[in-house]
Design a protein around this ligand. Sequence first.
Ligand SMILES: [Mg+2]
Length: 170
Amino acid sequence: MKHQILVDMDGVLADVYAQYIALEYAESGIKLIQKELNGIREEELPAFRKHVQKPGFFRTVPLMPDSIEGLRYLNNKYSVLIVSSATEFPNSLIEKQQWLNEYFPFISWKQMIFCGRKDSIKGSIMIDDHPKNLGVFSGKKIIFTQPHNTCLRDNSYHRVSGWKDIMEIL
Ligand SMILES: [Mg+2]
């Protein structure tokens, strides 16, 4: 039987920072540099919450580099579940499903879990960018590097900086 692997969307499959930076530039003219956001929590970024709540944010978010190849690789080897916190922003539910259908047609609706907290979802491996999700998970924890988690040092996490890393270690 294949091991079950839980894959996050925002900050893992979806490049939320690229979307945020583009929207903030379009609105304010201020061009933020992703590297300069290292160590800053998402909630502390200017207008982050406002942009995330806009209709279309999740429907048009760019892909994380190599995520299609990477998720196809995992899907052939593991039992993949896409687990995404979506109920905080209810508009995002349909947008997220449409986005997954567009870019990852090999992932069926049965593999999509849109939830609030993730602590009741079982699996052997979790790939996520947020310690709040990894911290309560009992299997192997893989942290996907994003600006808000760059300062985190925790030996219980395996850190990856992109999908190429994931395909190497899994
Ligand atoms: Mg995430």
